[in-house]
Design a protein around this ligand. Structure first.
Ligand code: ZN
Length: 52
């Protein structure tokens, strides 16, 4: 038997989640967020906007 089929490395986020780039409007730090309720990891502000 041959199990040497090319094991292609595909990166899929758990649960198919997609991370998006956000920027905090308060401290201008950029970070990746998941979901709709995204908060800044630096200042914990919810005043963030999607970028990119
Ligand atoms: Zn911030």
């Amino acid at each position: 038997m041959c199990f040497a089929e090319s094991s292609v490395s595909v990166e899929i986020e758990e649960g198919g989640l997609v991370t998006e780039q956000y920027q905090c409007s308060d401290c201008s730090s950029k970070f990746r967020g998941i979901g709709k309720k995204v908060r800044c990891p630096t200042c914990d502000s919810s005043n963030v906007k999607k970028v990119g």
